[in-house]
Design a protein. Structure first.
Length: 581
């Protein structure tokens, strides 16, 4: 093997790792909505958690990425440690999918139909289709499909290149001696762990082993311990990602490590007993691509079957290894580890924005209640709620900007932009709730009194505002287009009510039943209530625009809605409901 073979091997390895990476990223973008659906199932039973971990890893082609994501979930409070254990176990089985895909390159047959199954036969076609999709189609989903095909073709080409580069090693005695050395199971485990820790991917490590097996010098006696060690080496990524996290997040990373160490230890002991007592002939045979895939799968299934029923014991063990902190820990609301899976990070942002909406709605209701029945407790609740909405806007805005810079699907990008726009409206509603409290306090401090007529009119306007907040926020939480379309007519009714209340106050001033000073405060609170309606309209507009796949048409859509017949019917119904008579 000369320098040129070594360069070819390095080039093949680079293409292999690059292809695996871009294929995984494109698969993740293409399956963004499906991943978010899977996330909602993580909090159910043990088997569902296991299957979710398996499915997510099969999609993104990396148990390390799934485990890092799980560490982020636990750190954010999305998952409990017990739920995380089930997902991690599923990830270990899901990672075997890659080895089965790579095993196709080992197919050998003269039959034309069998040869068509060999990647070197069909990957050029996939690459051609992929490049057409990627370069000539504008739809982002089709581009992602093209990238998946190109990534797969690059991965398999890298695999073929590595296999060709090392084929000459079959006649090198030193190489054969090296793999004879790895027939010592302990050394094989160490070698597998070190290699995988360096490249931080057990799937890639198994692929390299499959490429080396093409030399015929890798026996099953050497391959099986190396496969065992690869599962330990892949834990490095999760352990590094747990630095600076909560205790439970650290425990999730340690679960991944302990699961693989215990599983490897048990399987290694069984392997050594079987090999020493029975000396199966198959252990001396040369490993094949398919054989390595089978061994990889069987090992992970055995580990999972052994540990899945013992999840609670594993949880107790890691709690002993990583004891509770002496002082309470703060759960990270938005963990940057989730950015490794943008679609999941986006779902977390939507959930947290929903919490922000809940806070803004409760704050607005307290602020409105303080106008007619002021108490210090209501005022304090509003100030705390307003401060909380400010905090949500800060953390979510920063996080969504980071998320938007990543390579994400067009749908996810549009949703991230919609959330960024909606954040400001939720935060401003909290501000206006505080404005209402300040108006109520000004009434009290200046001993200003509203007439019975003014109180009645104000109660009607408050009811309309509370209803539009409830309507628009429910439309946001449920992504309900029809509900969002019912917001604009009510907002127009609120605008009309504001003008009527302003005119009625002027009439009361002329009659001498109200003071000029109360008029200033009255004007401020009417403005605050009317602007809450405007922000609700903005939120509903964001939902409508998102469904129309165009975030630049808000004003045009609003004008169009105001001109249609449905708008008029809804407006008249709301006007009757909130009549001042």
């Amino acid at each position: 093997m000369d320098i040129f073979n070594i360069l070819t091997l390095v080039g093949g390895l680079c293409l292999f790792l690059f292809g695996m990476n871009i294929m995984g990223d494109a698969l993740e973008r293409r399956a963004g909505a499906s991943l978010r659906t899977l996330l909602s199932k993580l909090t159910t039973n043990r088997i569902v958690g296991f299957l979710t971990g398996l499915a997510v890893t099969a999609v993104i082609q990396s148990s390390s990425a799934t485990t890092v994501m799980v560490v982020g979930f636990v750190n954010s409070g999305l998952l409990t440690l017990g739920q995380a254990i089930n997902v991690i176990m599923g990830a270990n089985v899901g990672t075997t999918v890659t080895a089965w895909i790579l095993s196709l390159s080992g197919i050998e047959s003269g039959n034309v139909f069998v040869r068509l199954l060999k990647p070197s036969s069909f990957t050029p076609v996939l690459a051609l289709v992929g490049i057409v999709y990627y370069m000539f189609l504008k739809d982002s989903k089709k581009k992602d499909t093209g990238m998946i095909l190109l990534g797969f073709a690059t991965l398999m080409f890298g695999m073929e290149t590595m296999s060709g580069a090392v084929s000459g090693l079959k006649s090198v005695p030193e190489f054969q001696q090296l793999f004879l050395l790895f027939t010592n199971p302990v050394l094989g485990v160490i070698a597998g762990a070190v290699l995988t820790a360096i490249i931080q991917s057990s799937s890639a490590s198994v692929g390299i082993l499959q490429a080396l097996s093409s030399t015929g010098s890798v026996s099953y006696a050497a391959a099986i311990p190396i496969i065992m060690g690869q599962n330990i080496g892949t834990c490095v990524t999760a352990m590094l990602s747990s630095v600076g996290t909560t205790k439970n997040a650290k425990r999730a990373a340690v679960v991944h490590l302990m699961f693989n160490i215990i599983g490897t230890a048990v399987c290694l002991v069984l392997f050594m007993l079987v090999s020493s007592l029975f000396s199966p002939a198959i252990l001396g045979e040369s490993a094949t691509h398919l054989g390595i895939a089978v061994c990889h799968t069987v090992f992970n299934v055995i580990c999972t079957a052994l540990m899945l029923p013992s999840g609670s014991l594993l949880e107790k063990l890691v709690c002993k290894i990583v004891p509770d902190a002496k002082s309470p820990e703060t759960v990270s609301e938005l963990d940057e580890r989730l950015l490794t899976t943008p679609s999941i990070a986006l779902e977390r942002c939507r959930r947290l924005t929903g919490e922000m909406a809940d806070t803004a709605e409760a704050t607005l209701r307290s602020g409105a209640a303080s106008l007619l029945n002021y108490t210090p407790e209501l005022a304090q609740a509003v100030r705390e709620g307003e401060s909380k909405t400010d905090h949500y806007e800060d953390i979510l805005g920063t996080y969504l900007v980071k998320l938007s810079t990543l390579q994400i699907s067009e749908d996810d990008s549009s949703e991230a932009a919609m959330l960024l726009k909606a954040l400001n409206d939720f935060e401003r509603i909290g501000d206006h709730a505080l404005n209402l409290v300040e108006s109520a306090e000004e009434f009290r401090s200046k001993s200003l009194v509203l007439t019975d007529a003014a109180k009645h009119e104000l109660s009607v306007l408050i009811q309309a505002v509370e209803d539009i907040v409830s309507l628009s926020f429910r439309a946001f939480r449920n992504d309900d287009l029809e509900m969002a379309r019912r917001v604009e007519p009510l907002e127009q009714v609120i605008d009309d009510l504001k003008e009527k209340l302003r005119i009625h106050h002027i009439l009361r001033l002329q009659q001498g039943s109200c003071s000029i000073e109360s008029g200033f405060v009255w004007s401020d609170l009417l403005t605050a209530l009317e602007r809450v309606g405007d922000h609700c309209s903005n939120i509903a507009g964001c939902i409508i625009d998102l469904h129309n796949h165009d975030l630049n048409t808000h004003e045009a859509l609003r004008s169009a809605r105001m001109e249609n017949e449905d708008f008029g019917d809804a407006y008249r119904a709301y006007a009757q409901k909130y009549s001042l008579k």
